[in-house]
Design a binder for this molecule. Structure first.
Ligand SMILES: [Zn+2]
Length: 363
C-alpha cells in the first residue's frame, strides 16, 4: 500500500492551485517529489513535465500520462456597483454544483478566499426556486463592497480561480475525498509507478516517459505537445473514471464501482483504443490478480485522444480510477483502486518489449 510519503504528496497535489493554464504550483510539487526517482526530466514549452526512466532498451518508448490541471475559472470582470466578480469556466462545469461553494482567487497580490454567491430562500419567488441559476448569472463574493475595493485587493480580469476543498481520508484511510482527483490521481499513479520501479530496481525492456500534462480540461492541449516531445510507441493514459455507484446513475451510463479495481476504458469520445493493447491489459490484470473493470464514457475524452493520433499513430489505452462526483468541489475514490492501478501499470511496463509493442499494430 502507499506509504506516508506517497499519501502526503497526493494530499498536497490535490490541494494545490492548478487550473488549466495555471499549473505551475502543482508542477513544482510533482517535480520536487520526482527528482530522486527520474533518470532525466524533460519539459515541453506549455508547462508539462516528463520523467524519464531508462530500462534495458531505448525503444519502445512507453508514455504514461496523467494531467495535472484541474477544472476552475478565470475572472471575467468586477461588478461596478458591488465589487463581486464574474467568471468564465476553465473546463466543464455543471451549474448546479456551484452556488455557495468556496473558491480561491489567485491575484498578483496573493490568494483571496471567496464564495459563489447564492440568494437566501426568503427573497426568492416560488418560480425562482425551481429554476437553475446559470454560471453567467453567478458572482464570486470576495468580501469587497465596490469595484475599487476589489481592485485594491489585487483582482484583475484574467485571474485564475479554483475550488477550495481540503483533502480528507474516510473509512480508516480506505477512501480519499477532495478536489482535483481529475486528474491528480492519474499523475500520482504515474509518479508512484516510476518510484516503485526505481526503488525496487525492476528490469524493464523499454524507456518509460512519465508525463504530468497540462491543459487537458480545455482540450487535451498538453498531451499534444508531450506526445511530440516523447515520440511514444505505446501510450498509457491514467485518469479518473466515472463511478456509477451513486443513486440515480444507471449502470449502462457508468458501469464502474468504487473499490472494485481500476478500469479500462473501452470507448470514449476521443479514442477507440488499440484492440491488441486492450486485450494485453486485460490479460496482464488477470495474470497478476488485479481486478479490472471494463468501462466506457459516451462523451468527453482524455489525453489519449491526442496521444493515439501522434505522428503516424500510437497504440494507446486509458486506465481509470472510478471516482464519484468528478468536476465538482469534492470527489471520492478508493485508495485500493489506485494501488491496484500502480501494480497493473508496473506489470505492463515489465512486459512491454519491442516485439510485443510491434504486435499491437501488425495486420
Ligand atoms: Zn476532467
Amino acid at each position: 500500500m502507499f506509504d506516508e510519503k506517497a499519501l502526503s504528496v497526493l494530499k498536497r497535489m490535490t490541494e494545490s492551485f492548478g487550473p488549466s493554464g495555471f499549473e505551475r504550483e502543482t508542477a513544482r510539487i510533482v517535480r520536487d517529489y520526482m527528482k530522486e526517482y527520474a533518470d532525466e526530466i524533460l519539459s515541453d514549452k506549455l508547462g508539462s513535465l516528463v520523467y524519464v526512466l531508462k530500462g534495458d532498451k531505448e525503444r519502445p518508448h512507453v508514455l504514461l500520462a496523467g494531467h495535472i490541471d484541474e477544472v476552475g475559472f478565470v475572472v471575467s470582470g468586477i461588478d461596478e456597483k458591488t465589487g463581486f466578480l464574474t467568471f468564465n469556466p476553465l473546463g466543464g462545469w455543471w451549474d448546479q454544483v456551484l452556488l455557495s461553494q468556496r473558491v480561491v482567487v489567485r491575484t498578483s497580490k496573493g490568494d483571496l478566499m471567496g464564495v459563489i454567491a447564492a440568494k437566501p430562500p426568503h427573497i426568492l419567488t416560488a418560480e425562482e426556486r425551481k429554476k437553475l441559476v446559470t454560471k453567467d448569472k453567478m458572482y464570486i463574493d470576495i468580501g469587497a463592497s465596490s469595484k475599487e475595493e476589489a481592485e485594491e485587493m489585487g483582482v484583475k480580469i484574467g485571474d485564475p480561480v479554483v475550488p477550495w476543498s481540503p483533502f480528507s481520508l474516510l473509512r480508516n484511510g480506505k477512501i480519499a475525498m477532495g478536489k482535483a482527483f481529475d486528474d491528480r490521481i492519474g499523475a500520482f499513479i504515474m509518479m508512484e509507478t516510476i518510484r516503485r520501479i526505481k526503488e525496487e530496481g525492476t528490469d524493464h525492456p523499454n524507456t518509460v516517459y512519465g508525463a504530468a500534462t497540462v491543459q487537458e480540461e480545455v482540450g487535451l492541449r498538453g498531451a499534444q505537445t508531450v506526445a511530440h516531445l516523447v515520440d511514444p510507441d505505446v501510450g498509457i493514459v491514467l485518469e479518473v473514471d466515472i463511478s456509477g455507484d451513486v443513486p440515480g446513475i444507471e449502470p449502462p451510463k457508468a458501469p464502474t464501482r468504487l473499490g472494485k479495481g481500476p478500469s479500462l476504458v473501452t470507448f470514449d469520445g476521443s479514442m477507440i483504443p488499440n484492440q491488441p493493447l486492450k486485450e494485453f491489459v486485460i490479460k496482464t490484470a488477470e495474470d497478476i490478480g488485479v481486478p479490472l473493470q471494463l468501462s466506457h464514457v459516451a462523451r468527453g475524452g482524455t489525453d489519449a485522444g491526442k496521444i493515439h493520433l501522434n505522428r503516424v499513430g500510437c497504440p494507446s489505452v486509458v486506465i481509470g480510477v472510478p471516482t464519484r462526483h468528478i468536476h465538482s468541489h469534492v470527489g471520492l475514490l478508493s485508495i485500493e483502486d489506485a494501488e491496484n492501478a500502480v501494480k497493473l501499470v508496473v506489470e505492463l511496463i515489465k512486459r512491454l518489449d519491442e516485439k510485443r509493442v510491434k504486435s499491437f499494430t501488425a495486420i
